[in-house]
Every structure is written in structure tokens, then in C-alpha cells.
Design a protein around this ligand. Sequence first.
Ligand SMILES: *[C@@H]1O[C@H](CO)[C@@H](O)[C@H](O)[C@H]1NC(C)=O
Ligand SMILES: *[C@@H]1O[C@H](CO)[C@@H](O)[C@H](O)[C@H]1NC(C)=O
Ligand SMILES: *[C@@H]1O[C@H](CO)[C@@H](O)[C@H](O)[C@H]1NC(C)=O
Ligand SMILES: *[C@@H]1O[C@H](CO)[C@@H](O)[C@H](O)[C@H]1NC(C)=O
Ligand SMILES: *[C@@H]1O[C@H](CO)[C@@H](O)[C@H](O)[C@H]1NC(C)=O
Ligand SMILES: *[C@@H]1O[C@H](CO)[C@@H](O)[C@H](O)[C@H]1NC(C)=O
Ligand SMILES: *[C@@H]1O[C@H](CO)[C@@H](O)[C@H](O)[C@H]1NC(C)=O
Ligand SMILES: *[C@@H]1O[C@H](CO)[C@@H](O)[C@H](O)[C@H]1NC(C)=O
Ligand SMILES: *[C@@H]1O[C@H](CO)[C@@H](O)[C@H](O)[C@H]1NC(C)=O
Ligand SMILES: *[C@@H]1O[C@H](CO)[C@@H](O)[C@H](O)[C@H]1NC(C)=O
Ligand SMILES: *[C@@H]1O[C@H](CO)[C@@H](O)[C@H](O)[C@H]1NC(C)=O
Length: 450
Amino acid sequence: MLGWLLAALAALAQGGTVTAQLVSCWKKCNNYRVFHCSWPSLGPAGNTSYILNLWFEQHGQSQEFKAGTVTQHRPLYRQLYTLDNTTAWVEARWGDQVHRTPNHTLHLDKAVKLDPPPAGMPFSKTGGQLRLLVPRPQCHGLEQPPQREARFWRVGDSSWTQVTCESVMVTEENDSVTCALEVNGTFVVQLRQKFPHWSSYWSDWSSNISVPEESLGSPVLSHQLGRLGRDGQRELRLSWQPVLTEQRDVTYKLEVRMLACGCAESDEEDNVALGWEVTEHNLTLSGAEYKILLTAVNAAGPGPAQQLHVPPDQHAGELGAPGCRRLAVHGRDPERGWATFALWHRYSRNDSLVVPVSINISTGDAAVVLQWEPSPRAACPGALHKYLVCHVTEGDNVTYSEVEATASNYTLQNLEPGTAYRVGVWEVTEDSNEPCSPWQPFQTKALGNG
Ligand SMILES: *[C@@H]1O[C@H](CO)[C@@H](O)[C@H](O)[C@H]1NC(C)=O
Ligand SMILES: *[C@@H]1O[C@H](CO)[C@@H](O)[C@H](O)[C@H]1NC(C)=O
Ligand SMILES: *[C@@H]1O[C@H](CO)[C@@H](O)[C@H](O)[C@H]1NC(C)=O
Ligand SMILES: *[C@@H]1O[C@H](CO)[C@@H](O)[C@H](O)[C@H]1NC(C)=O
Ligand SMILES: *[C@@H]1O[C@H](CO)[C@@H](O)[C@H](O)[C@H]1NC(C)=O
Ligand SMILES: *[C@@H]1O[C@H](CO)[C@@H](O)[C@H](O)[C@H]1NC(C)=O
Ligand SMILES: *[C@@H]1O[C@H](CO)[C@@H](O)[C@H](O)[C@H]1NC(C)=O
Ligand SMILES: *[C@@H]1O[C@H](CO)[C@@H](O)[C@H](O)[C@H]1NC(C)=O
Ligand SMILES: *[C@@H]1O[C@H](CO)[C@@H](O)[C@H](O)[C@H]1NC(C)=O
Ligand SMILES: *[C@@H]1O[C@H](CO)[C@@H](O)[C@H](O)[C@H]1NC(C)=O
Ligand SMILES: *[C@@H]1O[C@H](CO)[C@@H](O)[C@H](O)[C@H]1NC(C)=O
């Protein structure tokens, strides 16, 4: 008949569940007038009557509450001294038996039991650490985050494992709670919290939070990059091997960052979320330099990102010439997406526009061939418009001829034999305004001399 009591005492002796043998009295944090007192069953149900005793030492007063045959009671607020220590115990009587619980010291004003953390809290798990965003209980006198504990049950385990958690206030409303589980796998986790005072109680455990395996790796990415088209766009074809996981709760996050752009990190617009079944994606980019990040994400959070560097598009060799700068305007508009809107070159050196020429007069009586080294500007698209060739002889007006920017020689024809000329070759650029001036002398061959 006393088996249950012996069991209870055995538990007490082990120290494991002491509080279970004690009277507990608590209030909800935002309803300070109602106290809930309860205690373990101390005798046969239905035949045992209980008396709850509260002793207010500082006031030299005690209160007795007859609870009948139930193991709980709600004393009225005005019957209590809540601001000082109170000793509480319960007496149980059945037949001629009397039993009582050990004494328990309470500070009723702080004997708060919070509600458990709610369902649906956002969480992530990386490196064995579980991080949750937990709403802070709206509770008078709670100036620091509540204490929090977690317990987890790993798939295949036979019991809960309990750990303490760290809470950091992040906003008025929410705490960031970090629990070091330090094991891998798929879990069920529960969280509980406690007002930080010796006389307060742990909340009940929250409902189950299912935490999947952390993403195992980053997707293996391959790509094909197209050339910049006339529309200022090029296509990047991406494909990847899916991360190894049996769960279909994986999604892929594709981030597109234009490196030259000092834009805020990872503009939301440039992020693409893709389902677990997707293994390829085409991106339309401008000619600029990009960094592409592909990440597998599940409810535990993102795995490591796979990176791809997309170099800027440059028509081969163009950048070789010294002083040649390629300028481009890349951008993004809602209609087209990424595009290169304008592209041009600028030759930034202001060395002389005079071209040194060698003059071959051996070609004939009435013609000479001018030859020159191609200007470095000629290798810079758009920088050299053309060459201007001018020649003159005594008493005549200067004759001008235009020569393509790609040329490196020009034949002056219809010259007078045996005559002294001067010639000049000048580069013509976008912003040059120097006229061609003939300065290099030569003499055509005399008739019949050769
Ligand atoms: C309760 O007490 C009555 C009268 O003493 C007795 O007949 C009954 O068996 C008891 N019930 C239990 C559950 O002990
Ligand atoms: C109230 O009880 C607590 C816990 O037993 C004790 O630490 C504290 O000193 C007591 N306060 C007073 C005023 O007796
Ligand atoms: C419990 O506390 C009351 C009031 O202080 C005291 O009279 C009683 O002896 C205590 N009982 C035990 C077992 O300490
Ligand atoms: C607190 O977290 C919830 C999600 O749990 C979010 O909806 C809410 O905006 C957060 N509040 C603040 C002030 O950040
Ligand atoms: C969890 O898994 C990671 C990666 O597989 C491993 O490096 C780490 O040691 C594991 N941790 C534990 C506690 O097993
Ligand atoms: C919570 O998870 C535990 C451990 O897996 C399980 O025993 C329990 O039934 C779950 N509770 C609910 C309400 O699903
Ligand atoms: C990507 O582009 C290639 C060629 O233009 C096409 O064959 C492929 O189907 C495209 N993939 C997707 C996912 O649109
Ligand atoms: C460019 O030309 C101007 C005017 O002739 C001169 O003052 C300047 O030093 C030149 N700069 C370079 C880089 O040659
Ligand atoms: C000048 O032209 C002649 C005839 O075309 C050619 O034989 C000769 O090699 C040329 N000389 C030079 C220095 O280019
Ligand atoms: C030189 O040009 C001027 C004006 O264009 C013209 O009047 C004159 O006849 C020209 N001289 C010769 C020698 O062609
Ligand atoms: C003149 O330039 C042309 C190309 O512009 C080239 O084919 C030709 O051989 C050159 N002639 C001489 C004499 O260098």
C-alpha cells in the first residue's frame, strides 16, 4: 500500500526529482493575482485529504488552505505576502495516517512560470550549433533574456539529451538563442525557458521542432559562358550536381554579384531560389565581371557556397596596347536584366600625333611610298579615327589625303619629277584639332634617271 511513497522517497534519496516531491506555487508573468499551487499525490487517490500550508516568517503569520482530495489549490492573492520569503508544505491525511512534504522556500512575487516558447520559430543549424529566433516573453520586470534550455532526441536515440542555451537580445521583441548540440544528424528539439530568479520555474517544453541534417556539401557547378552579343548581353549556362540528400526539403540559392558594382551586398533582385529538382539555370549577364554563388539550403540553414568567377568580356587582345582603356556601362533594368549598355575605348596617353614616316622614292618618277609603324592608338578600338597625310611643294597649296586607321602605308601619286616636297602624316583622334603640317622633306627622282 505504501509502495508509491517508498518509490517517491527513493527518488528523493537519489536527488534526481526532488522538486517533484515539493509544493510548487507559481503565477503567469502577466497575471500576478492568480497563483497555481500543486504537489505530488501522497496517499490513495480519493481517500486522501490535503492541507496546503504557507508560513510568512517575516510577518509571523501562516495560512492553511484545505484543498480537499485534489493535489492543487489556487490561493487568493490577498491572502498572501508575496514580497518576502514564504515556506510552503503540504500535509496529507488518510485514515489515521499523516504525511507531509519537505519544506519549500518561495518568493511568491518572483515565482513565475513562463509560457513555453511558441511553435514556428525560425532556426538554423551549422557546425552542431542550433540557433533560434525566440520571442522574448512580454513580462513585467524581465529586463534580461530568460534562461533557456533545449533537449533533443536524435533519430535512433532512446532518450532526450539536455543542453543549456545562450540567449542574446537582438531586438525589442526577439532573442537569438544558441544551443550547442554538438552532434550531427536529424533531430527533434524542444526548448523551455525560465524567468531568471531563484524562485521562478521552468516553463513547459515547447512543441517539437524538427531539425533536418545539415546540408552535406556544396553543389558541384559547371558552366559555359557565351560571348557578348550586339545587345550587350551574354549568356551563362550553369548546371550542377545536386547535393547528396534523401530529403527533398533542399532548395538552391543562386546569387549574382557584379563585382564592379558598389551596390549593397547581394541585392535581393539578383538572388534566385530554385527547387530541389532543378540542376541547371541560364543567366543573362552584361559584359562585366561577376561572382556567382550557389548554395544548397534546407531548414537547418545554408551549406557552403560554390563560387564561380565570371571574368569581364573583352574582345581578345584589345587591352594589350598601353594607354588604351576600355570603358563600359553595365547595368540592370527590370525588362532586360543585366546588360552592357555602352562600350567604348579611350586612349589616355597624349603623346604626339605626328607619325614618323619612311619615304621610298625608288618606286617611280611620279610616286613615292610613305610607310610607318602603326600607331598604338590603332590597336585601341575607336581611339584612332584615321590618318591625315599632307604634302606640299614650293609655291603650291597643301594637298590633304585621308587614310584608314588600319593602314600603315600610303602612296603619293601625281608628283612632279625632280621636285622638292615636304610631307607629314598625322593621327586624327576624337578630340585632336592639330592640323596636318608637312615637315619632312623629300625629293622626287628626276626624269629618266633610273
Ligand atoms: C477508501 O476508504 C474506504 C473506507 O475506508 C475504503 O473502503 C476504500 O477501499 C478506500 N479506497 C481506496 C482506493 O483506498
Ligand atoms: C529567501 O530564500 C532564499 C532561498 O532560500 C535565500 O537565499 C534568501 O536569503 C532568503 N531571503 C530572506 C530575506 O530570508
Ligand atoms: C517547515 O517550516 C515550518 C515553518 O518555518 C517549521 O515550523 C517546520 O518545522 C519546518 N519543517 C521541517 C521539516 O523543517
Ligand atoms: C521577431 O521574430 C519574428 C519571427 O519569429 C518576426 O516576424 C518579427 O518581425 C521579429 N521582430 C522584430 C522586431 O525583429
Ligand atoms: C559532424 O559532421 C562534420 C562533417 O561531416 C564533422 O566534421 C564533425 O566532426 C561531426 N561532428 C560530430 C560531433 O560528429
Ligand atoms: C516529439 O518528439 C518525441 C521524440 O521524437 C516524440 O517521442 C514525441 O511523440 C513527439 N511529440 C509530438 C507531439 O509529436
Ligand atoms: C539554357 O540555354 C540552353 C541553350 O540556349 C538551352 O538548351 C537550355 O534548355 C537552357 N536551360 C534552361 C534551364 O533554360
Ligand atoms: C599631356 O599634354 C599636356 C599638354 O601638352 C602636358 O602638359 C601633359 O604633361 C601631358 N601629359 C602626359 C601624360 O603626357
Ligand atoms: C622601295 O620600293 C622598292 C620598289 O617597290 C623596293 O624594291 C624597295 O625594297 C623599297 N625600299 C624600302 C626601304 O622599303
Ligand atoms: C591655292 O588656294 C587658293 C585658295 O584656295 C587659290 O586661290 C589659289 O589659286 C591656289 N594656288 C594654286 C597654285 O593652286
Ligand atoms: C601597304 O599596306 C597594305 C595593307 O594596308 C599592305 O598590303 C601592303 O603590302 C603595304 N605595302 C607596303 C609597300 O608596305
